[in-house]
Design a protein around this ligand. Structure first.
Ligand SMILES: Nc1ncnc2c1ncn2[C@@H]1O[C@H](COP(=O)(O)OP(=O)(O)O)[C@@H](O)[C@H]1O
Ligand SMILES: Cc1ncc(COP(=O)(O)OP(=O)(O)O)c(N)n1
Length: 270
């Protein structure tokens, strides 16, 4: 009996060093057996040490890529990462309104190095126009603080933020990631009715470049296969935790996650 080929689309910026952005998303889709497709918003010259330069693609080129997908390819789940400005957000929002597959938003704002990846004035547009289209949004602590306009310092604050992003900002579900807290790596998911918690031991490593991209891409891949949302997050948490535990010491800065880590034969390198 033939099965549907699960297809995932990422709309995001690039990382030539392969740790974050489109490259991390496609590696995750491939590893989790979802057919990967990509629409590029910005070409980012970056590596494990930070961002060196950014070139935003012209709006016409963004639209052409979106049309290329819509006119020809099936999409069973879609994620967005870096969307640098309001104009791009507007076009992507219009495209998403006609999309029936679940939408996963990683509300990327700054790289781990501290380099900004979206224009400050675009943040409000993202909150007001894209958040209500999501099946799930996956902010880290600074991103969640930016969305709700309040500081998050405790686990209780994380839960309140998750609820607020769903109830007051209209997201389908909100996953607040605890990578920027101390102690266990605890994430809270509010799905509109129930608060779920996902936790793992904290891995002592500086090699966490691209963890947020990897996590949201894994959720997207599982959703493309029809896995229910809460199960998709649980499986994605296991994937990103293994990818951090076996992350690569590559480059001079924060090395990338390891997408082979959940294979039965785990790859260990110096
Ligand atoms: N050192 C770590 N050990 C284990 N899990 C981590 C570590 N750092 C981050 N995580 C987990 O990785 C995922 C990404 O979280 P986070 O780092 O907060 O996002 P982002 O990369 O967007 O800043 C979350 O599940 C978080 O709990
Ligand atoms: C093009 C691009 N998109 C997103 C990010 C941020 O990725 P993230 O997974 O949050 O990882 P860190 O940058 O925090 O390590 C990026 N750097 N580039």
């Amino acid at each position: 009996m033939s099965r549907r080929i699960p297809c995932s689309l990422t709309i995001a910026g690039t990382d030539p060093s392969g740790g974050a952005g489109i490259q991390a998303d496609l590696k995750t889709f491939q590893e989790l057996k979802s057919y990967g497709m990509s629409v590029i918003t910005s070409v980012v010259a970056q590596n494990t040490t930070g961002v060196q330069d950014i070139h935003h693609l012209p709006i016409g080129m963004l639209e052409a890529q979106l049309d290329s997908i819509r006119s020809d390819m099936p999409v069973h789940a879609v994620k967005t990462g870096m969307i640098a400005n309001r104009e791009m957000m507007k076009r992507i929002g219009e495209w998403l309104k006609d999309e029936s597959s679940p939408y996963v938003m990683d509300p990327v704002m700054v790289a781990q190095s501290g380099d900004p990846l979206i224009q400050p004035e675009a943040r409000q547009f993202l909150r007001e126009n894209l958040l209500p289209l999501t099946a799930i949004v996956t902010p880290n602590i600074p991103e969640a603080e930016d969305i709700i306009g309040e500081k998050i310092t405790t686990l209780e604050d994380m839960k309140l933020a998750a609820e607020s992003i769903v109830k007051s900002f209209g997201a389908g579900a909100a996953l607040i990631k605890g990578g920027h807290m101390e102690g266990e790596a605890i994430d809270y998911l509010f799905d509109g009715t129930t608060m779920h918690v996902f936790s793992s031991d904290r891995v002592e490593t500086k090699n966490t470049h691209g963890t947020g991209c990897t996590y949201s891409a894994a959720i997207t891949a599982y959703l493309s296969q029809g896995v229910p949302l809460v199960d998709a997050v649980e499986k994605a948490k296991n994937y990103v935790t293994a990818a951090i535990r076996h992350s690569f010491s590559l480059g001079k800065g924060s090395g990338p996650t390891n997408h082979w880590a959940t294979r039965e034969e785990v790859f260990h390198y110096e």
